[in-house]
Ligand binder design. Sequence first.
Ligand code: ADP
Ligand code: MG
Length: 320
Amino acid sequence: MGEFELIRRFFDRGDRAADGVVKGIGDDCAVLAPTPGWQWLVSTDMLVEGRHFLSTVDPERLGHKALAVNLSDLAACGARPRAFFLALALPRADAKFLEGFARGLFALADAHGIALAGGDTTAGPLNVCITVMGEAPQGQVLLRSGARAGDELWVSGTLGDARLALEVFRGTHSLPGDQFVQVRRAMELPQPRLALGQALRGIASSAIDVSDGLGGDLGHVLKASGVGAEVYFNALPRSAILAGQDLMLQQQCLLAGGDDYELVFTAAPEHHEAVKDAGARTGTRVTRVGRIRTEPGLDVLDSDGAPMAVLLASFDHFKS
Ligand code: ADP
Ligand code: MG
């Protein structure tokens, strides 16, 4: 199978006009039609074998996750997904791998109405780079820089299960089989919070998606906004499985985990009910986990309101 046959067979579904894609796969450039009064939002994330995923991963789950981590960035900005681009390096044109990969990729793409509008295909070590494009009404994008002292701090879904699964893969921890299946799903099949992100436009003051751990990612928001925060450790939403682990491991997974792809966002207290309503309307659990303060830095408080000595180091590819 040659390069062009591969593209035609696995990736060219003729995604077109309904998505605002005037010209998709098949020319030198894709041509996209912006919605008048809306702004483009563009983000790229790369997944490298051995670094972001194991060689044994199910190709269908890899297809899902490669797009999910990118869609999560659009979600964090409150964007509506429009089109994406796929740059793929493959050791060989393996039809079984490509079928599974495309199935996982397009299932998630179709669930969120985003079209594959182009890409690049080459031979090489397995590497998946996706660029997503979304849009939001002019001036309504959720940024990291909007948090203000007094705002409430919120988290979607639950945190920490993906990191728990990683520890099992690394052999530092073990879980009963059925629990491992569940946390492994969290790691391999994250669900980008696109509906919630869009519902939070005009309500949230800032947002970010948790890809490198709550401590580190919230740190980016605090820095960009010039504020500090208090997080109530006991309020952090976690699965029953994680809640059953010892406290040190819970801290590590909840605060310094990664691969959560949940949204962390801030909103003024007067929007408290609006946030809960946005969660209910989009079927997304939202939990208030802290508050934004003037004093810089991040404190994690125990049930008595005393700061805990916790490790907040976030995942860094050039350190860990
Ligand atoms: P060019 O040489 O002009 O860059 P290519 O031969 O690389 O074009 O690609 C041909 C067409 O197929 C282009 O429209 C490109 O966007 C698309 N394409 C290539 N690889 C992929 C892929 N993995 N997924 C989707 N579209 C792809
Ligand atoms: Mg090319």
